[in-house]
Design a protein around this ligand. Sequence first.
Ligand code: G6P
Length: 585
Amino acid sequence: MCGIIGYIGEKVEENLLQGLERLEYRGYDSAGMTINRGGEFVTYKATGKVENLKKTLKFNDDLGMGIAHTRWATHGKICIENCHPHFSSNGNVALVHNGILENFEDLKAELSKEGKYFYGQTDSEVIAKCFDRLDIKSLRRVLGKLQGSYALALIAKDSDSIYFVKNKSPLYVGFDGSQAMVASDPSCFVGILTEYYTLEDGEYGRINKKEAVFYNKNNEKIEKYITKLDFKVSYEEKTGYDHFMIKEIYQSRIALENIIERYKQEEIINKLKLLKNYEFDRIYLVGCGTAYHAGLIGGYYLREAFNVDVFCEIASEFRYKNLNIDDKSLCIFISQSGETADTLSVLEFCKEKGGKIVSITNTEYSTIARLSDICFPICAGQEKAVASTKAYFAQCLIFYIITTFLKGKDYILPLQNFKRQIDFGDDNILKPLAKNLVKYDKVFFIGRGVDYITAKEASLKLKEITYIFSTAESSGELKHGVIALIDSSVPVIVIATDEKLFNKTLNNAYEIKSRGGKLILFTSLQIDKDIKENFDYVIEVKKTSKEFQSLQMILPLQKLAYFTAIEKGNNPDMPRNLAKSVTVE
Ligand code: G6P
């Protein structure tokens, strides 16, 4: 995580600030900026969000050059000393870093022996201390020492260029004769540049207003293809909403509309046909966090449709499982950002083993999308809130489409019908429930079958933004451990959408009630009054067709998490300790 940016041109502070605001989804522990003005560095640093840095800035319209950073802390506490940019010992070179330097302890020991002093605890400062001056030769010398992941942007007091390096963390560069830029995300170029270069691992070089010079990992000078900035980054405002999260929950409907339109197009049909022609005898579904849960839903769809083994895996655990990947493996990677380091490294591993690589992502220019044989876009539009909502909804829909197409059936009409039925739940019921939920320090979710997956995602949402301890159990597993924690201080949210499983789930709910637990039912089933009386709350969710019921159900549960976070006084868009894009393993 962390976002880095560098800019040469007029209004340096303003352009860097705008970039930082766009990169803030990558971390918001601290933010900093260094500008070279007439051969001297001017530095601004602030802990917390970019808005704190903004308050300290002195804007200058003149020509200049600078680098900036927004941090998600990995090494060293959140304080000004650890805030980027970091500097060489002689103060001549300033650097911003995204990634993790794995051998930083060894390098630090070496540099300390040479008498170098460290003002902070970050691995990034160690890289800065490897420099005294900045040119391609010294960059190469330092790169030879580094192990780990790093996207770097560097400036020096005596140089007219920004130097850059990319290894396992994303980096893009662009220039147009009057300005130049490097950034972790090409969205920073929108409104400034119209074309950009995408760096591959091991590439490095320098850029100024007039030229870009690139080298590959073998130190050979290379020419690179330029890409047109053809995507529109609509900088969504909260218009009409208090937070992005609640707006994005409601935008699930727009995502569905976008999907219906895009998935009618030949471009997508051809991708689906290509997928249908693949021969495979196993499917692996890989992701992290919410994207992993979307994979679980995908597994649920695919298993119902095919007689083939489907394995759903958390990316960070994948490599420890000795899974058998070969050219008969269909490997599907789910990632909103398309940059999650763990997901990306499994993708590279599966690619090397000959697996067929398919991705489902919201970011069509991302590394995961670029490395895939087929990339299915989720058409959800920019998702700004850290806790993923509309992207989950859209990822699950893409699994529905893939499964339905592979079965040879039409998916457009069922999606259109679902669009008409979508229900976001009744705020007059959800808000009082949220008011009640904040009184507790833990909340459990239970469900069976697909409802267990929804329980997992609902529980993740709640803990991410309310900081209330929460976990999801399969209803049947409760009695094998978790029931020991149940007493009158524990609310349990029961999710029930499957008629056939309801009686079993109900029995599990009664086991909780007998031990004094509070019962909250989220259901789309018709339930008798005397059964309802056993529950402290009953939230009735509109019924829709079976394949979409779990997607219908997640919407009010996302809203419950949102309203509970508001009750707690938290900012649901930027929960503590989290980041939207996790580019470190
Ligand atoms: C972070 C985000 C989650 C997201 C996960 C995977 O933890 O906070 O919301 O689900 O990363 O991200 P991806 O971009 O790969 O979907």
